[in-house]
Design a protein around this ligand. Structure first.
Ligand SMILES: [Zn+2]
Length: 127
């Protein structure tokens, strides 16, 4: 946890689904079922690389050049140029550990929900 190199591309892709499954499904329209394939596969503990790739292609086909994998840099850390990061050590983590998503507790009022597990993220503290 903490090192970006520690997460696989598919985990970052899953993190996006975890966070935005509803939006992605809406954006894809007819192809929205691809989201459910990823979610169902992750819930069952299956390898989701292939359905994630399919989802990635479908998202790119809608004109979103980032697809599934291009977003990972965005949700890693709230650093904004010129504003030093506030020391934070409390995070919310994906409850089942499927994906690499995490949300700093200070960035959110409500407890985030994992769209894959259908449950609230678990609160944890970095060592
Ligand atoms: Zn998740």
């Amino acid at each position: 946890m903490g090192s970006e190199a520690a997460s696989e591309p598919w985990q970052d892709g899953l993190a996006l689904v975890c966070e935005q499954a509803d939006r992605i499904r809406a954006d894809l329209g007819e192809s929205g079922g691809l989201v459910d394939r990823v979610v169902a596969g992750a819930r069952a503990g299956h390898d989701v690389k292939e359905p994630l790739d399919a989802l990635h292609q479908a998202i790119m086909a809608t004109g979103d050049v980032l697809g599934v994998y291009g977003h990972s840099a965005r949700h890693h850390g709230p650093a904004v140029a010129g504003i030093p990061p506030v020391p934070m050590d409390v995070v919310y983590l994906c409850p089942d550990g499927h994906c690499s998503r995490y949300v700093w507790a200070e960035d959110t009022v409500e407890v985030p929900v994992c769209r894959i597990a259908g449950r609230a993220l678990r609160r944890d503290r970095l060592p």
